[in-house]
Design a binder for this molecule. Structure first.
Ligand code: 5CA
Length: 445
C-alpha cells in the first residue's frame, strides 16, 4: 500500500478525552473514530488489525475442532423470555421494537439463540460433541463506556458454545477452550493469565477470566508472580486427548491467580512473599461451564446411549476481539507510539523513502515494494513528499515492527537500512537481504 493512496488520518495533537495510552494511540494513528459514546468506526488501519486478530481467533478455534458460523445481531425477545433473562438483563440490553410491534433486542451474547438452533436440529448423543462459535458484534448499554474500544457499547466478540452429553465431556470442552485461548493470546504477543472468576449474568459456577496485566486494567488481580512465566509455546496439542488437555489446564491454573471477586486472602498469604503480587488486569476473555441452565429452561435435550432423554450439557466461551486491540497496545508501546507484535501488525514492514522524487531512490523503493509483494508481504510504502523526520514519526506512531529506510547515501553503497521498531536497532544490508530477512521473520504467520 502506498501511503499517498491510503487513508491514514493521523492526528498530531493528543486527543483531550482519551485517558489511557491505547485509546490515545488508536485515535492518533487514525485507527478508529468515535461516532457516539462507546460506538466506533474502524478506519482502514484499525480494520486491518481487527481482521488479523479475528483471523488468529478463527485459526485457533478451528484447530481445537470448533465450528464457525454466524448468528444475527438482532434477536427476538421471546427467546430471552424462555430463559428468563429478558427481564433479568436490565438496562444493559438495548431493546428495539419493529414495525409489527414485536420486541427485539441487539444481542449482548447468544446463549438463547444457539440453544434454539441446537434444539431445532440435534436430538441424539451421536451428534455430540459439538462446539459452534461466531465472531459477531454485540451491544451492551454500558453505564460508563470508556477507554475507547476497551469498554465499548458496540464491540466485537468471539462467542462459542459447546454441547455435550455429560458433565465430563462438557468439562473437556471447557478445557479445550482454555488451551485454545492460551495459544490465541500468545500468538498476539500477549501473556493472558487464566484467573478464577465470578460468572455474573451468564451463570454457572465454573469460570475463568483471561487477564492481561496492565496498570490501566479495570480489574484488580491477585497472583503468584510465577504464573507470568508459564508459556504454551509451540507444543503440538491433541485436542481430542482429554488427559493431555486437562494436564495443560492444570499447569496453568494451579498457581494462585484470582480477580477481586473470588480473591481469598488466606490462600494468597500462603504464597512466598516475594512472589505475592497485587495488580491490575484487562479481561480479554472468559469461559463458562454452566451445565443445563439454558437447555433445561429451553427444552434442548438429547437421547443418550441407553435411550433416556437428558438436557444437553453446555458452556459458553468468549473473547473480546475488539478489546484485544486496546489490550495489545497497552502491553506493547513506548512514548513514540504503538509497537505491534508481528502476529497482528497491520503491515509487516514499512518502507521510508528519504528522497521522494529522486529517480534512483524512487526506483529502489519500487523494487523493494515489488520484491516484498512477490513474497506475499504487503509493505506500507511512505511515498509522500515529506521530511524524513515526519515519515519516521508516522512509522513510529503506527508501530509497524520493521522499517526499511531507503536514501541516496546508502544506495551509493548498494545498501538500505533495516530497523526494528521494538529495539530501535538498525542494520545496513542490500535490499535483497532485507527482503529475505522480512520474509523469514513472517514465515508461517
Ligand atoms: N456469553 C459469554 C461467553 S461467550 C460472555 O458474554 N462472556 S463475557 O461477558 O465475559 O464477554 C466475553 C468477552 O467480551 C469479555 O471477556 C471481554 O473481553 C469482552 N467484552 C465484554 N464487554 C465488553 C465491552 N463493553 N467492550 C469490549 N469488550 C467487552
Amino acid at each position: 500500500m502506498r501511503l499517498t493512496r491510503y487513508f491514514l488520518p493521523v492526528l498530531k495533537e493528543n486527543p483531550a478525552d482519551a485517558q489511557i495510552v491505547s485509546h490515545r494511540y488508536m485515535l492518533r494513528a487514525g485507527m478508529i473514530r468515535q461516532q457516539a459514546a462507546g460506538i466506533y468506526s474502524w478506519l482502514p488501519l484499525g480494520f486491518r488489525v481487527l481482521k488479523r486478530v479475528e483471523e488468529i481467533v478463527h485459526q485457533e478455534q478451528m484447530r481445537a475442532g470448533h465450528i464457525p458460523m454466524l448468528m444475527p445481531t438482532l434477536q427476538p425477545a421471546d427467546l430471552w423470555r424462555e430463559s428468563g433473562r429478558y427481564d433479568d438483563y436490565g438496562q444493559e440490553m438495548l431493546r428495539i421494537r419493529d414495525r409489527h410491534e414485536r420486541d427485539m433486542l441487539y444481542g449482548p451474547t447468544n446463549e438463547e439463540m444457539i440453544t434454539d438452533i441446537f434444539r431445532a436440529h440435534v436430538g441424539s448423543y451421536k451428534d455430540l460433541p459439538l462446539t459452534l462459535y461466531h465472531i459477531q458484534w454485540k451491544f451492551r448499554d454500558e453505564m460508563r463506556p470508556r477507554f475507547g474500544v476497551m469498554r465499548g457499547r458496540e464491540f466485537l466478540m468471539k462467542d462459542g458454545y459447546n454441547f455435550d452429553v455429560d458433565r465430563a465431556a462438557a468439562l473437556h470442552a471447557y478445557n479445550r477452550h482454555m488451551v485454545s485461548y492460551l495459544r490465541t493470546y500468545e500468538r498476539m504477543g500477549l501473556t493472558a493469565i487464566p484467573m478464577r472468576a465470578a460468572s455474573g449474568p451468564i451463570g454457572g459456577d465454573n469460570t475463568h477470566e483471561f487477564l492481561v496485566l496492565a496498570a490501566t486494567g479495570e480489574s484488580e488481580v491477585f497472583y503468584d508472580s510465577a504464573v507470568t512465566d508459564l508459556k504454551l509455546g509451540n507444543r503440538a496439542v491433541d485436542y481430542d486427548n482429554r488427559a493431555e488437555v486437562a494436564g495443560i489446564c492444570k499447569e496453568f491454573t494451579t498457581l494462585y491467580a484470582r480477580t477481586d471477586e473470588t480473591h481469598d486472602a488466606s490462600l494468597f498469604d500462603q504464597i512466598p512473599e516475594a512472589r505475592r503480587k497485587v495488580g491490575r488486569g484487562i479481561e480479554v476473555g472468559q469461559i463458562f461451564y454452566f451445565g443445563t441452565k439454558y437447555s433445561e429452561a429451553m427444552g434442548a435435550t438429547v437421547v443418550t446411549a441407553d435411550g433416556s432423554r437428558v438436557p444437553v450439557e453446555m458452556g459458553s466461551h468468549g473473547i473480546g476481539v475488539s478489546r484485544l486491540l486496546g489490550a495489545i497496545i497497552e502491553a506493547s508501546h513506548d512514548d513514540r507510539g504503538i509497537i505491534w507484535p508481528e502476529g497482528v501488525t497491520p503491515f509487516p514492514v514499512g518502507i521510508v523513502n528519504l528522497k521522494q522524487g529522486d529517480a534512483a531512490t524512487d526506483a529502489a523503493c519500487d523494487g523493494l515494494y515489488k520484491a516484498l509483494a512477490a513474497k506475499g508481504l504487503e509493505a506500507l510504502y511512505d511515498d509522500r513528499d515529506e521530511r524524513a523526520g515526519a515519515k519516521f514519526a508516522t512509522m513510529d506512531l503506527i508501530g509497524l515492527p520493521w522499517r526499511i529506510t531507503v536514501g541516496p547515501r546508502g544506495l551509493a553503497n548498494g545498501k538500505v537500512e533495516l530497523t526494528s521498531r521494538r529495539t530501535g536497532e538498525s542494520e545496513e544490508m542490500t535490499a535483497a537481504a532485507a527482503v529475505d530477512r522480512i520474509a523469514q521473520i513472517y514465515a508461517g504467520r
